[in-house]
Ligand binder design. Structure first.
Ligand SMILES: NC(=O)c1ccc[n+]([C@@H]2O[C@H](COP(=O)([O-])OP(=O)(O)OC[C@H]3O[C@@H](n4cnc5c(N)ncnc54)[C@H](O)[C@@H]3O)[C@@H](O)[C@H]2O)c1
Ligand SMILES: N[C@@H](CCO)C(=O)O
Ligand code: NA
Length: 823
């Protein structure tokens, strides 16, 4: 015996009813009797009708005749179903039946409008018409398909007390009536949901989840094999899909989990109404009328073994937190009895309670609409305690949300709370209060309402790890490095998702002209076109504001510019728990105080500030220094060639070639700074050696760096980059002389930066074949570290230190490491 229940959307329209009829036909065929004896089907009112009936009752009680029009509309909707499914020659009989029920409703409403009074009892009677009409029409439709079906008015089976609106079921009597009725059944039983009656025959309703309740009562009385709840979604999901786009179906769930999740807002079913079925251990399957092939969710005593430790995440988006605190509460019995006693008296429902073992304060969450009332009630109740100073003032905090992480798998399994708090911490979500019952099946946390979406997504991401973690990326600068990075992200996207469980979602892209932002992610196949067509005029402050207001989990800001103004935003981004990755050296080569401040902010906020490509592009230089420092090594000397551009120039510049042409080549190959003078003047190298010294633990200022400039003054003074190239050409003789001087000695030109004894020097040297820096080629950098542990022979890193691919891949690696860290 199976019990099926169809909700309001399932019987809401002609199209959906077509599906419902098909499902019922299939179900009746699937059982042992082709007569369909083994199914009972419970219907809700057609979608929206119950609310209309409530409105109709209100109108009638106000003496307005407008209700007539609404009644007509309800009648028409039912007529239309008849027209769609029942052969013309049989329609008039069904119309008459419907009309009969509608007449009864109208008589009742006339009475209400005459006496201008709507009792709870009459209200129940009025709303009962929704289920009575839908079930009547559905049974006619099913009969017209040639199936044997019987209409059953549940008021004859479900007997209740007279608490109208939320009647209590008299189970012994109800169970007996149901069993007797079904003992004589040899057809599909079609039953009105939601309604019952008192022993005197007055119509009652069963309250929230009413039709589910009907199905559950009937299923339990008959000891059904299965109860199917047909709705408009594919069962229960790991989170509300409107808030967490990665949410997915939960195939099996226990009764207890379903209870916890639904309490926290998962609205697919209302488990308390399924209690009778739970008590008899009858499985319940939640299915989608509009996608009947989907297996939905089975709710039962034991869920299948799970892939995940938690089952779902749910939330109550708006709560207020009441805090009762005072030194006089410590060790005093009866405070909580008094507190919750008075709340119960006023029928205030408490959603969550938390008390630390110090007993100094108790806090609890309530519906914010009750907050003012609660404050008044408690101020009064505790007036004497407040006056005597035993209890401090009672405070209320608003604009909060609760997130509940639910799952039987959490029971007796360690590390879950750790994971939960750690991921929220890294994302800057402050936790206001926490509650976990000793059943260990639900950890509930109270957080600021503004963080709800970020917190839900971040938690969903870590707890359902077969779903890749999402890294939300905001990129500024789409020049050489920026666009190369985007194309690397694009080509590695699948690899990252499959092998690293990381989904890189580029949410914002900005260049100097336009910025494009899309929290759903920008498709990297056509980001240029989209940026052109949909992008808005660039504003860095607005871009940064968007990053903050989106408040997405695992956000990373990538600065691929050489802009000086952009770095002023780093600190506030880090402070807002956004990690920063950059090849831009400006921030780390300004004042030492600024450099430290960024490090500190990142550390305090639990996010990352990464800049491996500040020195030597993708070569692992910064990471190496940081590793040595962490392990307690001490730096004695750093000697290095840190400019890819200068390296390339001196490796390529030979007699017969013009200096200006070699510089042009370096620019075309993507080695130079946006303004190549930064390289040739030694500024770029100066920044890099300063950064290395700082990483090595020395508090140097830019003024501590002495740079030997390579460029004649007119080159430096040129107003534009083109003019600068002209000046290079004009000064060719000067560069030739440098070259010939070195060549005469059989040496090569090298621009060497040295840090030793707290001092930095940068100079052009010519080195002989015996020098380790002699053999460089291309745009190679070489960095030699002498430390206490690498004293006799230095630690040397060498390789290409500039260029689009190697630099972008260094940025890429930093970005991915943030994904692993935050995950
Ligand atoms: N090219 C390399 O080999 C290399 C190696 C290591 C580090 N870097 C660093 O990478 C950064 C980018 O270098 P690149 O070679 O891609 O230079 P690029 O000139 O090709 O790109 C920089 C881009 O940033 C844009 N930009 C500047 N200010 C901006 C702002 N406020 N908003 C939006 N966009 C802005 C510019 O219009 C340009 O398109 C620089 O800081 C550079 O020092 C480059
Ligand atoms: N312009 C820089 C890029 C790497 O920071 C160089 O030539 O080394
Ligand atoms: Na590097």
């Amino acid at each position: 015996m199976n019990v099926l229940k169809f909700g309001g959307t399932s019987v809401g329209s002609v199209e959906s009813i077509k599906q419902v009829i098909q499902i019922i036909e299939d179900a009746s065929r699937g059982t042992e009797s082709t007569e369909g004896r083994n199914i009972a089907v419970v219907f809700s009112a057609m979608g929206g009708v119950t609310n209309q009936l409530i409105e109709i009752g209100r109108m009638a009680a106000n003496g307005s005749l407008d209700y007539l029009d609404l009644v007509r509309r309800i009648e028409d909707r039912h007529f239309n179903v008849v027209k769609a499914f029942i052969p013309v020659k049989e329609q008039s009989k069904v119309f008459a039946n419907i009309r009969g029920v509608i007449n009864e409703l109208e008589d009742l409403l006339r009475g209400v409008s005459l006496i201008r009074e709507l009792s709870a009892r009459t209200h129940d009677l009025i709303t009962s018409f929704g289920e009575r009409l839908s079930t009547l029409v559905m049974s006619e439709c099913i009969r017209s398909r040639g199936l044997s079906a019987r209409f059953c008015d549940a008021r004859n089976l479900i007997k209740t007390d007279a608490q109208f609106g939320q009647a209590e079921v008299n189970y012994p009597l109800t169970n007996r009536l149901i069993r007797d009725y079904f003992a004589n059944s040899n057809s599909i039983e079609l039953i009105t949901g939601f309604i019952g009656s008192t022993e005197k025959g007055e119509t009652t309703t069963l309250g929230r989840g009413g039709s589910d309740y009907t199905a559950s009562i009937i299923g339990a009385a008959l000891d059904a094999d299965l109860i199917e709840i047909w709705t408009d979604v594919d069962g229960m999901m790991t989170a509300d899909p409107r808030k967490v786009s990665n949410a997915f179906n939960i195939p099996t769930i226990t009764y207890a989990e379903a209870m916890e999740l639904s309490h926290f807002g998962a609205k697919v079913i209302y488990p308390p109404s399924l209690q009778p079925a739970f008590a008899r251990n009858i499985p319940i399957r939640v299915l989608n009328t509009f996608n009947p092939a989907h297996p939905g969710t089975v709710v039962s005593r034991n869920a299948d073994r799970r892939q995940y430790t938690i089952t779902g995440i749910s939330s109550i988006d708006d709560v207020a937190l009441v805090n009762v605190q005072g030194s006089g509460m410590i060790g005093v019995a009866g405070v909580s009895a008094k507190l919750f006693g008075v709340l119960a008296e006023h029928r205030i429902s408490v959603i969550l309670i938390s008390q630390a073992s110090s007993e100094h304060s108790i806090c609890f969450a309530i519906d914010p609409r009750a907050a003012d009332r609660v404050k008044t009630i408690l101020d009064e109740e505790f007036a004497a305690d407040i006056a005597s100073g035993h209890v401090d003032n009672i405070t209320i905090e608003r604009d909060l949300s609760i997130i509940a992480t639910v799952g039987e798998g959490m029971r007796k399994s360690s590390g879950i709370a750790g994971k939960l708090f750690s991921v929220l911490g890294k994302n800057g979500v402050n936790i206001v209060a926490v509650a976990q019952g000793s059943s260990e099946i639900n950890i509930s946390i109270v957080i600021a309402k503004t963080n709800i979406s970020k917190a839900l997504n971040a938690l969903h991401n870590v707890f359902f790890q077969s779903e890749a973690r999402i890294l939300n990326v905001f990129l500024v600068g789409t020049g050489l490095i920026g666009r190369t990075l985007l194309s690397q992200i694009r080509s590695q996207f699948e690899y990252l998702r499959n092998e690293k469980m990381l989904k890189v979602c580029v949410v914002g892209i900005s260049n100097t002209k336009k910025m494009l932002l899309d929290p759903k992610g920008i498709d990297l196949d056509d980001w240029r076109e989209r940026q052109l067509t949909e992008g808005v005029t660039t504003s860095l402050p607005a871009f940064v504001e968007k990053i903050k207001s989106y408040n997405l989990p695992n956000s990373v800001f990538i600065d691929c510019t050489s802009d000086k103004d952009i770095v002023q935003f780093y600190d506030s981004l880090l402070d807002a728990n956004v990690s920063v990755v950059t090849p831009n050296k400006v921030a780390n080569s300004g004042s030492y105080a600024e450099y430290r401040r960024l490090q500190r902010t990142a550390l305090n906020r639990g996010v990352k500030f990464l800049y491996e490509t500040n020195v030597g592009a993708g070569l692992p230089i910064i990471n190496t220094i940081q590793g040595l420092m962490t392990a307690g090594d001490r730096f004695i000397k750093i000697e290095a060639i840190l400019s890819g551009t200068l390296s390339y120039i001196f490796n390529t510049f030979q007699s017969g070639k013009k200096f200006v042409d070699v510089v042009r080549e370096a620019k075309e190959k993507g080695y130079t700074e946006p303004d190549p003078r930064e390289d040739l003047s030694g500024q770029d190298v100066g920044r890099k050696i300063l950064i290395l010294a700082r990483e090595a633990g020395f508090a140097l200022e830019p003024t501590d760096v002495t740079i030997t400039n390579l460029l004649p003054q007119p080159c430096l003074d040129a107003p534009t980059i083109d003019a600068f190239f002209e000046q290079l050409d004009a000064n060719n003789a000067y560069f030739e002389s440098l070259l010939t001087e070195a060549e005469a000695k059989g040496e090569k030109l090298r621009y060497v930066a040295t840090f030793e004894n707290g001092k930095v020097t940068i100079e052009l040297r010519s080195v002989g074949a015996d020098h380790p820096f002699y053999t460089l080629s291309g745009a190679d950098n070489i960095i030699s570290f002498i430390t206490e542990r690498y004293k006799d022979r230095p630690l040397v890193i060498k390789g290409p230190g500039a260029g689009a691919e190697v630099t972008a891949s260094g940025v890429f690696a930093d970005m991915v490491s943030i994904g692993s860290y935050l995950g």
